[in-house]
Write a protein of this length. Structure first.
Ligand SMILES: [Zn+2]
Length: 501
């Protein structure tokens, strides 16, 4: 594909006269060839750099989700008593002793809220002498028996005005703006475009998710509390609000019931379209967790099999940025996950043996590739085994707070049992069915489908998908460049061939 740069070809066509002129021309030509070799080397280096940047960015996008398991899984260490919870989740982690778990029968308790006011909270679950109580703003907090008095008064959740007021009093959110939709409250200092895109996604996703469950045996209801989304402009502000492991770009917090995320990531310099797609699908993913935990599908602090909980969130998360940022609809192929799966198939030919599905459905921790397979598995089951999938979800939606966590002494659910109970244990057959299903999906490679640029400067033509690289070339050529833009890599390659032919 890389041919001689144009300048050399042009020189060859120039008519030359006289011996002296010919030798000068030959010297010039040699000089040109030397230069073009240098340019070619430079171009190769740039393409290599672009590729590395892209891989790094994709890796970053992939780890963002892989990290998530560490934060929001009740039962994994950060949420409960452990050194990590004190450092990493200072205000959010629930410190609990091990002990007998007693499920709530809807008991109400008089407790002091964050401001010291006496309020009526709702018992969420009891562990030993500790009561996990839901406060009127939706926050879960631990109270000892001496700090909580039983009451017959009603639990009255705060409305959106009151929650907004409370949030804006937080000095870490000073100067933040708010917008609302019917069920969501957004507190943000991001760009308007970003927060409004997020709102569009969550608002269109909510009814679709709710409708999806109407066909199942799971009773869904309207959320009891407004769904809070806090959007930070930068990673620093996001980290300042609550310290998170590196790589986390968004999370649903089961303790406060809010979704947090930030707008800018390193990805946006080199692959802005993938960055937007990734950011938006992460929001959709976390939003799906939040919705499922508020409409009665998942009980807060219950422990679902990871593949199902994450697979469902990914199943609802696909987004498209083709014509403005939008949610592409429940169950459409998730391009970012498909990209990861197809890359792994290039290096691992053993897929189909049953090992991946068996390990995945038994896992308590997921890698980013596992997230991709969880998406694929839920997608396949939803299309090909919907009745069984609904039965499986219905069983899990009965899981009560702390059931299945290592704090519990009863109600422990083995992930693998849940899967094999509903789908059998013919893992190899299921995995081959999964492969067949994924191959049948109409999938567009998100990397090749980005905007690509041809940058023409002097005798050089450089192809890149990174706007940052375009700027760099512009700077180093003192602005003497012509830039052509193409909707995808194939179109850019075609144009490049005709330019350098
Ligand atoms: Zn998740």
């Amino acid at each position: 594909m890389q041919r001689l740069p144009i300048a050399v070809l042009c020189l060859l066509l120039t008519p030359m006269l006289g011996q002296a002129q010919i030798s000068r021309a030959l010297e010039r030509m040699e000089e040109q060839v030397r230069r073009s070799r240098d340019q070619m080397r430079e171009m190769n280096e740039r393409m290599q750099k672009d590729r590395e940047e892209m891989n790094r960015a994709m890796q970053e996008a992939a780890t963002a989700l892989g990290q998530e398991g560490a934060i929001q899984r009740p039962g994994s260490s950060p949420v409960f008593a452990s050194p990590l919870s004190q450092n990493d989740l200072d205000s959010g982690g629930l410190m609990l002793p091990r002990g007998d778990i007693k499920h709530s029968q809807g008991e109400r308790l008089k407790v002091r809220d964050q401001d010291g006011n006496s309020v009526v909270g709702k018992l969420h679950v009891r562990v030993g002498d500790s009561n996990i109580v839901m406060l009127p703003d939706g926050m879960l907090k631990v109270f000892s028996n001496t700090e909580a008095t039983p009451t017959e008064d009603n639990f009255v959740p705060l409305d959106m005005d009151a929650i907004e007021e409370r949030l804006l009093q937080d000095p870490r959110l000073a100067g933040f703006k708010t917008i609302r939709s019917r069920r969501f409250l957004y507190v943000y200092n991001t760009s308007e475009l970003f927060v409004r895109s997020s709102r569009t996604i969550l608002e269109s996703m909510y009814p679709a998710v709710q409708k999806y469950f109407k066909r199942s045996k799971v009773d869904v209801h309207e959320p009891e509390l407004p769904l809070v989304v806090i959007a930070f402009a930068t990673e620093d502000q996001f980290q300042e609000y609550r310290r998170m492991p590196r790589g986390v770009v968004a999370y649903y917090d089961g303790i406060s019931n809010a979704v947090m995320f930030y707008e800018r990531s390193a990805l946006s310099q080199h692959a802005p379209e993938i960055a937007v797609k990734n950011a938006i699908s992460t929001i959709a993913h976390e939003g799906a967790h939040q919705i499922l935990h508020n409409i009665g599908v998942q009980q807060r602090l219950s422990k679902w099999p990871m593949w199902l909980s994450e697979g469902l969130a990914e199943f609802y998360a696909p987004t498209s940025v083709a014509k403005g940022v939008k949610w592409s609809g429940l169950g459409s192929p998730n391009e970012l996950r498909m990209f990861e799966i197809s890359k792994s198939w290039e290096s691992d030919r053993s897929f189909g043996s049953g090992r991946v599905v068996r390990d995945l459905t038994n896992a308590n921790e997921l890698s980013s590739l596992d997230y991709a397979y969880s998406w694929g598995l839920v997608h396949m089951l939803s299309r090909r085994h919907q009745k069984e999938l609904f039965a499986c979800i219905a069983q899990c939606s009965e899981l009560k707070p702390l059931d299945g966590t290592d704090l519990a002494t009863t109600g422990v659910v083995d992930s693998d049992d849940v899967f094999s109970k509903h789908f059998g244990d013919q893992y190899s057959e299921l995995e081959q069915e999964l492969k067949k299903h994924l191959l049948s999906l109409n999938y567009v490679d998100p990397v090749a489908n980005q905007t690509h640029y041809l940058v023409i400067t002097g005798g050089r033509v450089i192809m890149t998908s990174s706007p940052e690289s375009v700027k760099e070339i512009q700077r180093s050529s003192f602005g003497k460049v012509s830039i052509k833009r193409f909707p995808n890599r194939a179109a850019a390659e075609l144009a490049m061939q005709s330019l350098t032919r």
